[in-house]
Design a protein around this ligand. Structure first.
Ligand code: APR
Length: 173
């Protein structure tokens, strides 16, 4: 396991990292889940205005806004796939969320980033499968991005953290 990867349980909005990743929708319209929490903590009006200026984001892509009232320097919004049974390219689209967010972060000179479990809530992606994609893609990116110092998988609950830890341990053996 790459020792730059951390699994952490708590509210992602409290993390002081360069970039916090948001599990957004294609309209960047805000919503519930982690998207709602990030909007509330960053400042709803300011973040909505910044998202409106961007206009939207395709599934698997990533865009960036300021973080406003958050301790982070920026919010990277990415749009995970809605789970439709697994034969609609969901795994590649989810993989792309992680690589596009990391690439954008590196381009900005960021060294630390926190990801929520993209698509694992409202979008219904089976959690263990999503975790396997997330871990594999982040480890792959870290092999090229040697300047990166820390990637945090921010989990809302312990059961999600257990899935990440099991997956990271499996990769290490
Ligand atoms: N910090 C960390 N993780 C959180 C937080 C938080 N404050 N709030 C929720 N989560 C976790 C959920 O428990 C879940 O594991 O984030 C994960 C992603 O769940 P969702 O937020 O539902 O994201 P997703 O499945 O990608 O659905 C995106 O939901 O809120 C809307 O606008 C959003 O339409 C979009 C859709």
């Amino acid at each position: 396991m790459d020792d730059r990867i951390q699994v952490w349980v708590g509210d992602i909005t409290t993390l002081k990292v360069d970039a916090i990743v948001n599990a957004a929708n294609r309209e960047l319209a805000g919503g519930g889940g982690v998207d709602g929490a990030i909007h509330r903590a960053a400042g709803v009006q300011q973040l909505q205005a910044a998202c409106r200026r961007i206009g939207g984001c395709a599934t698997g892509q990533a865009v960036m806004t300021p973080a406003f009232n958050l301790g982070a320097r920026a919010i990277i919004h990415t749009v995970g796939p809605v789970w439709q049974g697994g034969d609609q390219d969901e795994a590649n689209l989810l993989r792309s969320c992680y690589s596009e967010a990391m690439t954008l972060a590196v381009r900005e000179g960021f060294r630390t980033i926190a990801f929520p479990a993209i698509s694992c809530g409202v979008y219904g992606y089976p959690k263990a499968q999503a975790v396997a994609v997330a871990v594999d893609e982040v480890e792959r990116c870290l092999e090229s991005y040697l300047m990166f110092k820390r990637v945090v998988f921010a989990c809302f609950d312990q059961s999600m953290a257990d899935l990440y830890r099991a997956c990271l341990q499996n990769q290490a053996t």
